[in-house]
Design a protein around this ligand. Sequence first.
Ligand code: M6R
Length: 608
Amino acid sequence: MCGIVGYLGDKDVVPLLVRGLERLEYRGYDSSGVAVVDGGLSIVKSVGKIKSLKDRLDGRRFPGRLGIAHTRWATHGEPNDVNAHPHTDCKGKIALAHNGVIENHAALKKLLLAEGHRFESETDTEVLAHLIERSLPGRTLGEAVSAALQLVEGTYGIAVVSADHPGTLVGARHGSPLVIGVGDGETFLASDGAPLREHTQRVVYLDEGEMVVIDEAGYRTFTIEGEAVDKQVDELNWDLEQIEKAGFPHFMLKEIHEQPDTVRNAMRGRLLREEGTAKLGGLNLSDDELRDIRRIVITACGTSYYAGLIGEYLLEEYARIPVEVEYASEFRYRNPILDEGTLVIAISQSGETADTLAALREARRRGATVMGIVNVVGSTVAREAGRGVYIHAGPEIGVASTKAFTSQVTVLALLTMHLGRLRVLSQAAGRALATELEALPGKIEKILAGAPAIKEIAVQMQHHDNFLYLGRGPNFPVALEGALKLKEIAYVHAEGYPAAEMKHGPIALIDENMPVVFIATRDAAYEKVMTNMQEVRARRGKILAIATEGDADIHALADYVIPVPATHDAFVPLLSVVPLQLLAYYMAVQRNCDVDQPRNLAKSVTVE
Ligand code: M6R
């Protein structure tokens, strides 16, 4: 949710910053801008995607060595040139890029207006530029930022430069991530590692309440209150190829096609087939401690929440532990009953989702045992959870989450096997799960090979504006996920329901214009789902069925059938979701939607 890049060094600043913004564009793309310290302060901003900023820069060169840049996901103030970051103080000497929300901005603005400050934008961010201006006399830029931040309530990741301090770049974080890139004679600042990877592998993650002052001498880290802190330098394990499209027209399609590998990576070195269990190093809980867990609460948002719902089926069925799954945004404001016998699992691709992070903190505060299931290494959820399992899916750039979902479910399956074997799961049953898990990447490959047929179905269905997605058991969350994908990238209204719930209301919608997507694989719920399909057929609904290969019966009921290979009941969702990802993708392409950057969305939602 908003991306920041900062640079001090000898390279051509503006192209470097703009390239960095392109790497972060998935975080928001309502507007963007750059500020360069080049004797004075040169600022160029533009509403719209980074492409429009590039057009506006039109190859102009800036002599400076120091600059900041920002790509915005609007919270306060509509997307336009004026509300685009960086924002400045009254004299246009301080420039600031911000990710987060200044919650007490209205009160601060009133105070600053009374003191004679003039505002240009409708943003919450601009107060911070004026607060720094007000704090500067007699202080260094770092000290002024520190003083200003102490007046602020809310969340921020910021980068600040000043024309009067031409060798200094200041960053600070509270609630929104910030990473320092350590190069040879150059230093970077960014919201995550993506813009840094082509320049350096060495990074320092700022923690909550910390700031950095970057200058010719390198970088120094402090608490916001000004106390020096020593930070460890980490390695960025990102491969440059992983953050490029590798010949695919969209990141989303590339990421869908990566799933055979990413599911394999999630299992690598963890699955113990013979023992029928899994080894999860990052859990840091002894077998006895794991046996003492009486209840699990999974908390997450969006697609990660749906992965959690599948985890509920797996953990209850095979490990016999009671599980509840809660939207993180609700959990954090409830009065949940937790104790050390409750394991709270926060699932997050980005590891930066504000609600998930807050839920994790609340769970820890109430004495629960907490862990994360996270993709981005070094992200806030991963570090604050202290224990957990990385899904190792590699960078996910498409705003619609695909490969992270299947990797999250894979890790939940491994966790289920581990907990199950400590309790009720026999070695033979564990071995059956392990053997089938190992076979899944090959089966996903087979589904992907059927992509042209799914594209053809999308061509035929592209003009429908409403869809129902129905499934039962672990395929119910898949229905929710399929509907979410269609909504977010193809802008088609879609609702996911448990198939049997249809007759309690949604059935009223069904006529010959209503496509219904059934997940009707040959598993425990098959016969019941077939009955529900009959009910739709009787009302002339248009049926698309995701069915098990070789199921001849389904053709009598469905207008379109997408086959998926047979698998263990536990893992059906890992296969049945893939055609739904492809269907949403091709529907979006047919409808000329911006697949990787759907309107109004951002990859990491770091505000409430
Ligand atoms: O990074 P997280 O997994 O915490 O993100 C959670 C949701 O914001 C995310 O899954 C969102 O729903 C995606 N756009 C879904 O495709």
